[in-house]
Design a protein around this ligand. Structure first.
Ligand code: GLN
Length: 476
């Protein structure tokens, strides 16, 4: 096996036993980028020099016998909505295409405290709005399993970079599915954390009551190590509560005897691809064989989740994007303007892509006087019903399982001109997001075309450990 295909534990042990250095490993990832990324298009910025420098710093530290962290010296890729000091952070939007942030996001600071080696910034749908990475100013990311298909989105670059061994782990953001869905399309693990588990400070907001900073890894074990490093409260994000952070690696290799698994009938309904639902059910059967108890449940509000999301998310998005006006944030318009209002029209007209404009229009519409009660307020009420659906289910079961996506990776161009079908593809990831729950996408097989299929494991708030426990059992 090549160095850049190893897991975090294998690497961390390899470093200690002096089998290879961080420099060698980083070079292996950088050459994979050089070899493959002209085709995959996972990266929008590659930081060769910076990565090699951090790798050498790590190697020196290790050779001096200093204490290093589990993630130390291991190449990571970050979605391009993470602020990285001195390195372009564009959200893959024309309006931010030259933006270089003056500070690091909190999670970047935490990773730097863990001797981070960052190989680059990854491609995404503009402002994280999309499910296919086709809405990027920098072009579409291709699926490493079949380059005629999408890698998923909006964190498609981070998923594809990991799946093609250009890094060892990566980060994205998951607002309505943007880590879980690309993880399932690219055959890697993707963990959407509980809302508030990881600080969002310094990561460009999409929909503030939904956004999470969430990792991709090569195994359930890797996910545990990553969460150990970045979870916890942060002074700069008031939505991170003081809930204790467990040692996630303690959930590895634990048995699943008597773990109660709920299978919601709505997650296996019509509209779910047959191979997807069979593969997922087979994975659940394996857990049953290890002593888990499986029970059919119902989450009746599931059918409203997409509508709730596509009303409240654009409302929050439109408010968050107000600051990108070409004055304080964002590029000046190319054309001259007659007055201030005209300047805003020019800057935002040139600076936002089509999908962003569509969402700003929907968002301002549902927030406007006269429509607020009929749409926004009503959607918020239904969101509460979705939360209650889960609360009720978790009185009976420990975790809930189902597919991540109703379909495997689709063809590039297949849904991009049909926003409604694209939105419907989020039907199984949005419910957990609405309730702020942790959910892990876990690769459990390939379909007859050789495309990966993901199992989704949903747990109660702050119980990421249960997702890791179940995924680790499957992995073994
Ligand atoms: N696909 C969803 C959307 O387009 C999810 C996006 C996300 O989680 N960032 O909004």
């Amino acid at each position: 096996m090549r160095l850049n295909e190893l897991t975090i534990r294998e690497i961390s042990e390899g470093f200690k036993e002096k089998k290879f250095s961080s420099r060698e490993l980083t070079e292996a990832c950088l050459s994979a980028i050089k070899e493959k990324d002209f085709e995959i298009n996972a990266f929008v910025t590659v930081d060769n020099e910076g990565a090699l420098e951090s790798a050498e710093d790590f190697d020196k530290k290790l050779s001096r016998g200093e204490e290093v962290s589990v993630l130390g010296g291991i190449p990571v890729a970050l979605k391009d909505n993470f602020n990285t000091k001195g390195i372009k952070s564009t959200c893959c939007s024309p309006i931010l295409r030259d933006f270089v942030p003056p500070y690091d996001a909190s999670v970047v600071k935490m990773l730097k405290g863990n001797e981070m080696v960052m190989v680059g910034k990854t491609n995404m749908d503009e402002y994280a709005c999309g499910g296919s990475t086709e809405h990027s100013y920098f072009g579409t990311t291709k699926n490493p399993f079949d380059v005629s298909r999408v890698a998923g989105g909006s964190s498609g670059g981070s998923a594809a970079a990991l799946a093609s061994s250009m890094c060892i782990y990566s980060f994205g953001t998951d607002t309505g599915g943007s880590v879980r869905q690309p993880a399932s399309f690219c055959g890697v693990y993707g963990m959407k954390v509980t809302y508030g588990r990881v600080s969002r400070s310094g990561v460009t907001a999409m929909a503030s009551s939904w956004d999470t900073i969430s990792p991709f890894g090569r195994s359930a074990e890797d996910i545990a190590y990553i969460l150990d490093a970045v979870s916890g409260d942060d002074y700069y994000d008031s939505t991170t509560p003081g809930v204790e952070v467990p040692d996630y690696s303690e959930f590895l290799n634990k048995d699943v005897k008597n773990l109660k698994i709920g299978l919601p009938k709505e997650y296996f309904d019509r509209g779910i691809d047959k191979e997807v639902s069979e593969t997922v059910k087979y994975a659940v059967k394996r857990l049953e064989g290890m002593g888990a108890k499986v029970e059919k449940i119902s989450l009746p509000m599931t059918k409203y989740a997409v509508a709730v999301y596509y009303i409240t998310m654009p409302a929050e998005l439109s408010a968050n994007l107000e600051r990108f006006d070409g004055i304080r944030y964002g590029k000046k318009p190319e054309k001259d303007s007659k007055n201030l209002i005209d300047y805003y029209f020019q800057a935002r007209g040139e600076g936002f892509g089509e999908e962003i404009k569509r969402r700003i229009m929907m968002g301002t519409y549902v927030l406007s006087a006269g429509y607020y009660d009929a749409y926004y307020k009503k959607a918020q009420k239904v969101r509460t019903l979705i939360v209650k659906d889960f609360e009720k289910a978790f009185e009976k079961v420990d975790v809930i399982m189902g597919p991540v996506s109703p379909i495997p990776a689709f063809k590039i161009g297949e849904l991009v001109d049909d926003p409604l079908s694209m939105y419907m593809a989020d039907a199984l990831t949005i419910p957990a997001s609405a309730a702020g729950l942790p959910a892990l996408s876990c690769p459990v097989g390939l379909n007859s075309d050789g495309l990966p299929i993901g199992l989704q494991i949903i747990a109660p708030q702050f119980k990421e450990g249960l997702c890791i426990q179940a995924a680790s059992a499957l992995e073994s």
